[in-house]
Ligand binder design. Structure first.
Ligand code: F6R
Length: 612
């Protein structure tokens, strides 16, 4: 949700700001802007803003031959006020410019107060109050750092901010509370951004700020302090992220690239199994063995696709590890008054590790006394990982497409490992079962590769699908969450309204929707529920519904009038959800291609939801 970049260096930083924004565009892409200081001692603040993509802003910067050694930049996902040039960042108060990622919850009273003091607002954003408030505090605190500190003391909500002001061309001030911010250190200058990928172009030396940190960046130094002014030291970490990992390469879209990277992402995530003869709880942290032995239940907290991964894990944990598991949408959990059991393992699942609702739900669970926490996450330095006592880092690599794909399948792999580790410590897994499951996990990347080979058939389905306005997804048991995930993918990127139901629910209401215009996608692996699912499918067929069935070896269903079958290469038992989601990802991708939507940047959405 919004991306920010700041730079101060010994040479022109405009290309760095623009390239940084391009890398952060996944976080928001409805408008973009930058502000730089040039002229002697930074006497002139220049701002450029554009509605739409970073490319528009870059064209303006090019046309104006913008050149400066200090500046800040922003790519926006609108929260307060429509996407427009007026609402695009940076926001300015009398020569002072600010970019902001997050939400200022108390912006209305602040805006009323500042208006009363004579400040004029030119946008509908919450961010503009920050600019005026810093300007106001500069009256009593002439030092910019002090004025920013006084401002932060009045802000309620989440923010990562970067500020420059006219007449001060030797520093940028940044601060964070609740939204991510990383500093990049190099010989040529110092930088800040919402994530590492934006800074790899200039450095690998990263410093991850903690909540409540602020920093003053000059060309040659960084001064980090807490918001109360106490100096702090934060370690420099050398990023291992390869610059290629965030490039599109020969693919047309990041989503396509990420779907096809799944075999490699799974192999990397499961790398430790290559040599291991058995599973060890240590994979989740040194304390994991004790924790897994002592807890009585598991509570999974997550949002969106990550929530769907949790729903699959519930079937696994209850069936194989024999432990009760509940899975909750984080944005709901954080405002409920749940009955807290201290003997709970709280598992958060998040690709980004920054999702505001998941982080808040985790903190809430801890505040209720549930302190045994495990993060399953794709970003090691993220807030959710830092907030958790145990961790498992999926190794999907950076996921740029807004629709999550490889993060999801690697989360499932991690949850399968968790299930086996818990089952083992709790004595519900025989040696033979352990060997069987480990073998299946090792073969998962190869199995996904074979599913990807089915793409041409799915592409043909997508041609028929793309013209539809609605779709129903059906699944049973551990494949019901896969139906949910398939429906989410389709609606998210192709804007086709899609609903998912456990197939047994059909006759309790949704069957009324079925007619020849309603495609029904059934996930039909050959498991214990297949006969029941076949009956549900007949119910659809009898109402003229067009069926698309994802079956596997042994499902024994025949193609016919209005019935299309995709045969999966093999039945994968416990891990079958990992395979069955892949055709659904491809279906959504190809339907979106036919419709011509912006696959990687679907309308109204952004990745990494750092606001409520
Ligand atoms: C859908 C999607 C979202 C995310 C959700 C949680 O394709 O990507 O539903 O899964 O916003 O994000 P993370 O996993 O970063 O917490």
């Amino acid at each position: 949700m919004c991306g920010i970049v700041a730079a101060i260096a010994g040479q022109n930083i405009v290309p760095v700001l623009l390239e940084g924004l391009r890398k952060l565009e996944y976080r928001g892409y409805d408008s973009a802007g930058l502000a730089v200081l040039n002229g002697a001692q930074g006497t002139q603040l220049r701002r450029l803003r554009a509605v739409g993509r970073v490319a528009e802003l870059a064209a303006q910067a090019d046309e104006q031959k913008l050149d400066a050694a200090i500046g800040i930049a922003h790519t926006r996902w609108a929260t307060h006020g429509v996407p427009s040039e007026r609402n695009a960042h940076p926001h300015i108060s009398d020569g002072l410019a600010v970019v902001h990622n997050g939400i200022i919850e108390n912006f209305e009273p602040l805006r009323a107060r500042l208006t009363g003091l004579g400040y004029t607002f030119t946008s509908e954003t919450d961010t503009e109050v920050i600019a005026h408030l810093v300007r106001h505090h500069l009256k009593n605190h002439p030092d910019l750092v002090d004025a920013v500190r006084a401002t932060c003391g009045e802000l309620i909500g989440a923010y990562a901010i970067a500020i420059v002001t006219e007449g001060e061309d030797s520093r940028v001030v940044v601060a964070r509370h609740g939204s991510p911010l990383v500093l990049g250190q190099s010989d040529s200058g110092n930088y800040a951004a919402s994530d590492t990928s934006a800074l790899l172009q200039v450095t690998r030396n990263m410093i991850y700020l903690e909540d409540g940190d602020m920093a003053e960046l000059t060309r040659d130094a960084m001064r980090i302090m807490r918001l109360d002014g106490t100096p702090v030291a934060r370690p420099v970490q050398v990023s291992q992220l390869s610059a290629d990992a965030v490039e599109l390469g020969s693919y047309r879209h990041y989503m396509q690239k990420e779907i096809f990277e799944q075999p490699a992402a799974l192999s990397n995530t499961l790398e430790m199994l290559a040599q291991a003869r058995s599973i060890t709880p240590n994979l989740f942290g040194v304390e994991a063995d004790n924790v897994f032995r002592s807890v009585r239940r598991v509570l999974v907290l997550a949002c969106g696709t990550s929530f769907h991964a949790g729903l699959v894990a519930r079937y696994w944990l209850e069936d194989i590890a024999g432990i009760e598991c509940t899975v909750e949408i984080a944005s709901e959990y954080r405002y409920r008054k749940p009955v807290a059991d201290p003997d709970t393992l709280v598992v958060t699942i998040s690709q980004s590790g920054e999702t505001a609702d998941t982080l808040a739900a985790l903190k809430y669970a801890k505040s209720l006394g549930m302190t045994r926490t495990l993060a399953i996450c794709n970003v090691p330095e993220s807030a959710i990982v830092r907030e958790s006592s145990l961790r498992f880092i999926t190794r999907a690599g950076p996921e740029i497409g807004v629709a999550s794909t490889k993060a999801y399948t690697t989360q499932l792999a991690a949850l399968a490992l968790l299930t086996l580790a818990m089952a083992k410590t709790r004595g519900t897994l025989s040696v033979a079962q352990e060997e069987k499951y480990l073998g299946a996990l090792r073969h998962l990347p190869g199995a996904v590769t074979r599913v990807l080979e089915l793409e041409p058939q799915i592409q043909a389905w997508a041609e028929r699908f793309a013209m539809k306005h609605h779709a129903l997804f059906l699944g049973r048991g551990q494949h019901y969450p896969i139906a949910l995930e398939g429906a989410l993918k389709l609606k998210e990127i192709s804007y086709i309204h899609a609903e998912a139901y456990p197939a047994g629910e059909l006759k309790h209401g949704p069957l009324a929707l079925v007619d020849r215009d309603m495609p029904v996608i059934a996930i039909a692996p050959n498991d214990a529920l297949i006969e029941k699912l076949k009956s549900n499918i007949q119910e659809v067929r009898a109402r003229g519904g067009e069926l698309y069935v994802i079956a596997d070896a042994g499902t024994e269903m025949a193609e016919g009038e209005g019935v299309h079958i995709l045969n999966m290469p093999e039945n994968y038992g416990l891990l079958s959800p990992v395979l069955h989601v892949v055709p659904l990802q491809l279906l959504a991708y190809h339907a979106a291609l036919v419709k011509g939507t912006d696959v990687d940047k679907p309308r109204n959405l952004a990745k990494s939801v750092t606001v409520e």
